[in-house]
Design a protein around this ligand. Structure first.
Ligand SMILES: [Zn+2]
Length: 440
């Protein structure tokens, strides 16, 4: 058994602020962590009595937050970040799909996998639902790198059989057999899990979606992820391709792809029947505000989601999104709601909840999202550099809520001094986020 005591100022949101939960703030608390799990939370004196031999790390120079959970980020699109000025379908053709084709080269795929995993960890993201590549070989490369990193990763082979590029198209039979092999090899290994991933209905025939459903229902612990209602041109095109479907969501629903283990990205343009069905089936929506703003997709109707009881979490949507930071996504979510006439007034505790517990819930990971006893020690040490604006502003914070607001207003990956997943620093082949803490 290995025990470490982390003495820190801790902010987290263990219960849902959308239904009355509050920000929890402890100015000076000791978290006892044994083999990656928080086994005690209290005063340093209590912690020392419980674990007299344990090393004490003093993190009070910064603020300790739960690790962030990104529910929508594309592995092959790291190098597509920055394609500004295009709506979704043009952006896919010009920026994203050429990168997706490059993933057929295993060497290239390996470099991008390392860039993605390092980008996540450097931004303080400890758990992610990753939209994979179209090539099974690239997924083997990715899962191997993800396993090595120690991050909690759920991902799967992306499939499409029309309207992409010929080189990216698959068949229902190939989709079935390749997913089967990947699940056999990687699902449940370490912190890895598999998600069945049709790109979106625009690029999938009913036969391919049926094959996805066959895979999804082949085991009880797989995930399903795709896109829905991102952009109005996309919504119209899907309606033309599926004339018998009641709406976009129905193209997935009719195959049995919706449930509590389903995460759909965007949903910027839902009709009321879709929201009602999402609430009924327990689907989670990955809200990706930077991407929605960058691609001009629209302002997310959060109020309508909450009213329909639809679970909402956050996604960076790299490379439609503009970086890996869920701190930035929280701020962008706040902006989007400020800009909508019916916007939900998001307080700092809502933003932290969306970036942590909400994502953990969407991914069915009860052991991460806050820093209570019994949880895994997945944490981010936010410590702005001395002399920076963030450091000066944070020092003047009037309250815990104010400090958290300042983190969301100014925080960047440069302020992430250290990350732990189950008590371990992520292992990166690229530059890891690390900064030594002073033993206290
Ligand atoms: Zn996406």
């Amino acid at each position: 058994m290995r025990t470490t005591i982390y003495r820190a100022r801790v902010l987290d949101v263990p219960s849902d602020p959308f239904t009355g939960g509050q920000l929890r703030s402890d100015e000076d608390v000791a978290l006892t962590v044994t083999d990656g799990t928080i086994t005690g939370r209290g005063s340093l004196a209590e912690a020392r009595v419980g674990a007299p031999e344990a090393e004490v790390l003093d993190l009070r120079a910064g603020i300790l937050l739960p690790g962030f959970v990104d529910t929508h980020v594309h592995y092959p699109q790291v190098r597509a970040i920055g394609g500004l000025g295009m709506p979704l379908l043009d952006w896919l053709d010009e920026c994203a799909l050429p990168e997706e084709e490059h993933m057929a080269d295993a060497g290239y795929a390996g470099q991008v996998a390392d860039e993605l995993l390092a980008g996540l960890a450097q931004a303080g993201t400890t758990t992610a639902l990753v939209f994979g590549a179209h090539q099974a070989s690239a997924m083997d490369v990715f899962f191997a790198a993800a396993e090595g990193s120690g991050l909690r990763i759920t991902a799967g082979l992306v499939v499409g059989d029309r309207l992409l590029k010929d080189t990216l198209h698959t068949t229902p039979d190939a989709a079935l057999s390749e997913a089967g092999r990947l699940i056999e090899t990687w699902h449940g290994r370490g912190k890895l899990r598999y998600a069945v991933t049709p790109r979106f209905s625009l690029s999938a025939t009913d036969e391919l979606l049926a094959a996805c459903a066959q895979t999804f229902t082949s085991r009880e612990d797989l995930y399903f992820t795709s896109h829905v209602n991102e952009n109005t041109a996309e919504v119209e095109a899907v309606a033309e391709l599926f004339p018998h479907a009641a709406h976009y969501l129905d193209t997935y629903d009719r195959h049995g792809l919706l449930g509590p283990r389903s995460v759909l990205a965007h949903n910027v343009h839902p009709v009321p029947a879709e929201l009602a069905r999402m609430g009924e089936t327990g689907v989670s929506v990955a809200h990706c505000p930077s991407s929605n703003a960058s691609l001009g997709s629209g302002l997310f109707p959060m109020r309508a989601h909450l009213d329909a009881g639809v679970h909402v979490a956050l996604g960076s949507d790299v490379g439609g999104g503009t970086g890996f930071s869920l701190i930035k996504e929280g701020l962008q979510a706040y902006f989007a709601q400020q800009a909508r006439p019916d916007g939900v007034p998001l307080a700092p505790e809502h933003l932290l909840h969306l970036a942590t517990v909400a994502g953990a819930h969407a991914l069915g990971l009860d052991q991460v999202g806050h820093l209570s006893e019994g949880m895994a020690f997945d944490a981010v040490w936010f410590r702005p550099q001395e002399g920076s604006t963030a450091e000066a502003v944070l020092r003047s914070a009037a309250s815990a809520g104010d400090a958290l607001a300042k983190i969301f207003a100014l925080g960047t990956p440069a302020d992430v001094a250290q990350v732990w997943v189950a008590g371990e620093a992520p292992r990166m082949r690229r530059r890891p986020p690390s900064c030594s803490a002073d033993p206290g």
